[in-house]
Write a protein that binds this ligand. Structure first.
Ligand code: UT7
Length: 369
């Protein structure tokens, strides 16, 4: 029987930090509010583009699997913040990787994008058309954040993570055992960037419409339900109980969402991987970054039973059970190196602050409500 299993993993974490204390200097907020309401202490701000981070994380995943870029025959980049709409971030990343034998495309399911991509790539491998797929989540979300809107600006960050998925033929099931992905109709405007595509307005477009806007508490409520219920269904389909789960790797949007969803699922918090304090919400990149860190920290044993769950703009959701293989250490290593720079997070977002300040100081999600 053909399965698709993860043989490599990697991450690219931009060096520049934007702390809660930094945010206190540019908006009316506090470390106390952000920490207690979200669990976030700091986030990373990238100077390089989404595809640069995608290529770095991807290169590390390829090395960890003991492969070379020419072995890859499929690249899927989960992103909602591509360098350009045309071509895809996957196209730029493929050139930077030198992955000359791959088909490549972006998949935008927002924060559920990595799980959507993992499911799609697994099915392409199981279907027999591809054998070696690089699945990447990469985001430069700060480009779509209005740092004058405290209701969204404190939440998001930049970064990338990746896995290499390879075909294996064996009797024992491995890789994704059960999965689902979905979208709740009629919820498009609960979490969106109105002026980020072809949709135009008769009024003069205001800058804040380029930025992410969100009905925070409504998204929160639905997120808990989506994550808990979809996880329950994939667990049942795999024939696992919550006790069987060795580690859960949820999308990192808000530690309170993770706590509420995992409590409902009955998964002990010691089994839930949480790194949101360091990176905030990196959308499509949260799960592959968390997975990579869980492996680096020795939290995943050979043969471990994993559960993934995510939700995001759409509103999309996805969940999956995953049977890990034997190897939990990389075959080879690749050191991710960002270009040398002395800029801090606050330095890098100056252009953003000027843009929103010049065009639209007052408009925020709060003002819009
Ligand atoms: O991947 C999907 C991405 N999105 C999400 O996951 C977001 C889901 N939602 C959330 O995480 C939470 O709803 C938030 C963190 C966005 C907000 O937390 P909340 O507990 O739902 O707060 P709230 O929106 O009900 O706001 C409570 C108060 C308000 O003040 P008043 O009206 O009570 O006086 C806000 O104006 O907190 C105020 N507030 C802030 N105060 C300080 C909102 N943002 C901030 C801020 N600093 N950054």
């Amino acid at each position: 029987m053909r399965y698709a299993t993860i043989t490599g993993w990697g991450k690219a974490i931009p060096p520049a930090i934007l702390s809660n204390a930094d945010l206190e200097t540019i908006m009316e907020t506090s470390d106390e509010w952000i920490s207690t309401r979200t669990g976030i202490k700091e986030r990373r701000i990238a100077e390089v583009e989404t595809s640069d981070m995608a290529a770095m994380a991807g290169r590390q995943a390829i090395a960890a699997a003991g492969k070379s870029p020419e072995d890859v025959d499929l690249i899927v980049v989960a992103t909602c913040s591509p360098d350009t709409l045309l071509p895809s971030a996957a196209a730029w990343a493929q050139t930077k990787l030198g992955a000359t034998n791959a088909a490549a495309f972006d998949l935008n399911a927002a924060c559920s994008g990595f799980l959507y991509s993992l499911i799609v790539a697994t099915n392409m491998i199981k279907g027999g058309t591809h054998k070696c797929a690089l699945v990447i989540g990469s985001e430069k979300l700060h480009s779509f954040v209005n740092f004058r809107d405290r209701t969204t600006a404190v939440l998001f960050g930049d970064g990338a993570g990746a896995v290499l998925l390879e075909a294996v033929d064996q009797d024992e099931p491995t890789g994704l055992l059960s999965s689902e992905m979905g979208l709740e109709v009629g919820t498009e405007e609960l979490l969106w960037a109105p002026q980020s595509g072809t949709k135009t307005y008769t009024d003069e477009a205001i800058a804040s419409e380029r930025a992410i806007q969100m009905g925070g508490s409504e998204v929160f409520r639905r997120a808990v339900t989506m994550m808990a219920e979809s996880s329950e269904r994939v667990l049942a389909e795999a024939g696992w109980t919550s006790e069987d789960v060795d580690i859960m790797i949820p999308h990192q949007a808000n530690v309170r969402i993770i706590d509420a969803a995992t409590r409902r699922l009955g998964i002990d918090e010691s089994k839930v991987f949480v790194n949101i304090a360091s990176y905030g919400n990196t959308s499509g990149a949260t799960i592959p970054i968390a997975l990579t860190e869980a492996l680096e920290e020795g939290r995943i044993e050979p043969g471990a039973k994993l559960v993934f769950a995510a939700f995001g703009a759409g509103l999309t959701w996805a969940a999956a059970t995953f049977q890990w293989g034997d190897r939990v250490t990389p075959i080879d290593t690749y050191d991710v190196e960002f270009p040398a720079s002395s800029l801090t997070g606050i330095d890098i977002i100056q252009a953003n602050l000027e843009y929103f300040g010049r065009n639209d100081v007052a408009a925020t999600s709060e003002a819009a409500e």
